[in-house]
Design a protein around this ligand. Structure first.
Ligand code: HSE
Length: 428
């Protein structure tokens, strides 16, 4: 059996998990799949990580080029993340006719189409299962398992940090700041959590998923992104009273030749399967025209969840090498040219929380502005205790055009009886 040479760049948490998994499982992998994997080189700037893992002498290097230019390495596994030098390492590897496995979602979201083209030009594979939803094989599901379908939509929870924070806000009645601190203490949020809590990490993942699902080029700038930082505990409680939980959803939908791609907090009915996805877990719903709706659930981050996805990619690429079929599965095909909808063109149900002066006529005034913009109210809640002061009034609308909602809110928020900018959350 031909050995496939593997080189790992980056021995951080995920890289260590990949190394350990390959050490522990490669014999069974060879028996089960017929692919014999041999780790030929690992690179990291910090040698102590390699010592902790017991990497043999001669396998460790501080210089990634020892992997990229090594004739015994067939597959380069890039696990340092970030744009640079990871991007250069991947480009050099592809140009050296090495196959590449990476978990680098930020880089793929920015340069995925170009890297895929370069891989194709060099007749090598570029695999990236671990870039989205950690251990859940969602990319393989889209590219292979559901290949016979036209995908209608894919949406779900793809950021464990936000889901952990929202779970604490929902079930332990915490405000956002306290829940974030708790997530940081437990290791579910970075010291600088901006990328996660502002929704950008979810947007990176959505760009990858939607590009594959709809076979069309989607740029990060096409995605409407709102994070969870402005959510208040009040909104979480109102949602609860109304029979919903709030989740940060990444949503991609196709209607004809038009696509909507958006990341934002969303009211999800408590009866929905996504409402049961708690803590740091991820889940995705994919609807195909042939299969109907399918669901995928599991750990979206962490050492071994990511290692599971990366090792699975290494095996796939190893098989492609063995059977002489690189590019058997294209990274991105981009054969369609769908139009991306502006957020103002989407239609949704809406939750709106106004902060109003509790005096006669205020509700009538708000309703008449909404009516003027063609927005129909489905329900209203005003709790009775604050007569004469500013009070929250929550409305749920029937389906409406986002442009109409925005125009109505701009008008309503200038009324004297409105104390602060109204909160708007879309409903799934
Ligand atoms: N911070 C990310 C998350 C890590 O919480 O989902 C995995 O991409």
């Amino acid at each position: 059996m031909k050995e496939i040479g593997v080189g790992i760049i980056g021995l951080g948490i995920v890289g260590s998990g990949v190394y350990e998994t390959l050490m522990q499982h490669s014999e069974e992998i060879a028996r089960r799949t017929g692919v014999k994997l041999a780790v030929r080189k690992v690179a990291d700037l910090d040698e102590s990580r390699s010592r902790t893992l017991g990497v043999p002498d001669g396998v460790f290097t501080k210089n990634a080029k020892d992997i990229i230019n090594n004739s015994s390495v067939d597959i380069v596994v890039e696990l340092i993340g970030g744009y640079s030098p990871a991007g250069e390492y991947i480009v050099d590897s592809l140009n050296n006719h090495k196959h590449v496995v990476t978990a680098n979602k930020a880089l793929l979201a920015k340069q995925g189409a170009e890297l895929a083209e370069l891989a194709s030009k060099n007749n090598v594979d570029l695999y990236f299962e671990a870039s989205v939803a950690g251990g859940i094989p969602i990319i393989k599901a889209l590219r292979e398992g559901l290949a016979g379908n036209n995908i209608n939509y894919i949406y779900g929870i793809v950021n464990g940090t936000c889901n952990y924070i929202l779970t604490r806000m929902t079930y332990e009645k915490m405000g956002f700041e306290r829940a974030l601190k708790e997530a940081q203490k437990k290791g579910f949020a970075e010291a600088n959590p901006t990328l996660d809590i502002e929704g950008d990490d979810s947007a990176h993942k959505l760009m990858i998923l939607a590009s594959i699902a709809f076979n069309t080029r989607i740029d990060l700038s096409d995605i409407h992104v709102e994070g969870i930082t402005k959510l208040t505990h009040e909104d979480v409680e109102y949602a609860d009273d109304l029979g919903y939980v709030i989740k940060l959803l990444a949503i991609a939908k196709r209607t004809g030749n038009e696509i909507e791609v958006r990341v934002h907090p969303t009211l999800v009915p408590k009866s929905s399967l996504l409402a049961y996805v708690r803590d740091e877990f991820n889940a995705l719903l994919v609807d195909g025209d042939i299969v109907g709706t399918t669901m995928y659930y599991g750990k979206g981050a962490g050492k071994l969840a990511a290692a599971s996805a990366i090792v699975s990619d290494i095996i796939d690429v190893g098989k492609n090498i063995q059977f002489g079929s690189p590019l058997r599965v294209k990274p991105f095909a981009h054969a369609n040219n769908c139009k991306i909808k502006n957020i103002e063109e989407i239609r949704s149900l809406y939750y709106i929380r106004f902060t109003v002066l509790d005096t006669p006529g205020v509700l009538g005034h708000i309703s008449s502005v909404l009516g003027k913009h063609g927005i129909s109210i489905a329900s209203v809640i005003q709790k009775a205790q604050h007569h004469g002061k500013h009070v929250p009034v929550v409305m749920m609308t029937h389906e409406a055009l986002e442009r109409d909602i925005r125009n109505a809110l701009t008008e309503i928020d200038t009324l004297n009886s409105i104390k602060e900018k109204s909160a708007l959350i879309r409903i799934a």
